[in-house]
Design a protein around this ligand. Structure first.
Ligand code: C5P
Length: 318
């Protein structure tokens, strides 16, 4: 094999506070992003054109037929953007090995874009500063910078302006996936519609002190109580069955339960790995999840995990 493979995590929003709509149509928001150990891998190989292929990662139950393989693929757009920036032809074969739910509210497409940026930068020998990579990511989508950043971070603006947040210890999660995705713009639009119908005027969003304290202390019980997502009412309106999923996890003793981002994946915080295994089994047996996968957080952002023999020396030797 000649190429570079980059591993990139999914995210869950521990807090997603959605503010007013801006002039550019985006919402001012405050997001506490948390990277979890559910990974896609993107491999970049030399090619005579731009090609994208995708397959499910071993034992992952993901709807890869929903992943566009044309210019609509965010990883392909990332390769084109980086090539234009470097002044090279966008010639690369990108292969995505997918474990992150598609259109699931866990930033799977953004993760692939972030991984493609890192993999192509390696392949094309681009010496980019981290800040340049984050800027390119922000041009591709609001969640792409965090997929590069990883860990736990507060995002403001569209969610692309990031500051790392200290998170002690390891948190144990279960993610209940659903059949079919939800469109992020549709969920934001439903959020606006619900707010208008209720006469709610969204405030400028702020971080929850209780949430930040729980993270700093590594206190899973306090974190479970502090989780919040302003998009959840909209996701539940568009997909009412998710209420049963959330209730089943709560009844089974989850420390916290919420829709992940714009959904429809639901996230459950567990006390331990063993508790996460029990929760996952209950959710599947109750028939309220397509699949239930365990993951821990936080984990690092996009990183090179394998390189071609001819580039190994440059990337891994001192
Ligand atoms: O930036 P990205 O392309 O990932 O955003 C997808 C959609 O989510 C946007 O088109 C917009 O409808 C919505 N969005 C928003 N405000 C944000 C981020 C995303 O309205 N801050």
């Amino acid at each position: 094999m000649t190429g570079t493979t980059v591993r990139v995590p999914a995210k869950v929003n521990l807090q997603l506070a959605v503010g007013p709509v801006r002039d550019d149509g985006y919402h001012d928001l405050l997001s506490v992003f948390h990277a979890v150990s559910l990974f896609d891998e993107v491999t970049a190989l030399p090619a005579d054109g731009l090609r994208v292929t995708c397959a499910a990662a071993p034992s992952a139950q993901v709807a890869i037929d929903q992943v566009p393989l044309d210019d609509g693929n965010l990883a392909a757009r990332a390769a084109r953007l980086l090539a234009a920036r470097l002044g090279v032809a966008p010639h690369v074969a990108l292969h995505i090995s997918k474990a992150i739910p598609v259109a699931g509210g866990m930033a799977g497409g953004s993760a692939d874009a972030a991984a493609a940026l890192v993999a192509c930068a390696e392949l094309w020998d681009a010496r980019l500063e981290r800040a340049d990579l984050l800027d390119l990511g922000a041009d591709l989508g609001s969640d792409v910078p965090f997929s590069l950043f990883g860990g736990t971070a507060v995002g403001v603006g569209r969610g692309e302006r990031l500051t790392a947040v200290p998170a002690a210890g390891t948190f144990h999660w279960v993610f209940a996936t659903a059949d079919g995705g939800l469109s992020t713009p549709a969920v934001y639009a439903e959020c606006d519609r619900l707010r208008a119908a209720l006469g709610e005027r969204p405030a400028v969003p702020a971080a929850s002190d209780a949430l930040l304290a729980a993270l700093a202390a590594g206190d899973a019980r306090a974190l479970g109580t502090a989780l919040s997502n302003d998009l959840q009412p909209a996701a539940l309106m568009l997909r009412p069955a998710l209420r049963r999923t959330l209730d089943a996890g709560t009844a089974a003793g989850a420390l916290g339960a919420l829709v992940s981002g714009s959904g429809p994946t639901c996230a459950f915080l567990a006390e331990s790995d063993g508790h996460a295994a029990e929760l996952a089994a209950v959710l599947v047996q109750a028939g309220v999840a397509r699949a239930a996968v365990r993951a821990t957080g936080d984990v690092p952002g996009a990183e090179v995990v394998r390189t071609a023999p001819q580039t190994v020396g440059r990337t891994t030797l001192p």
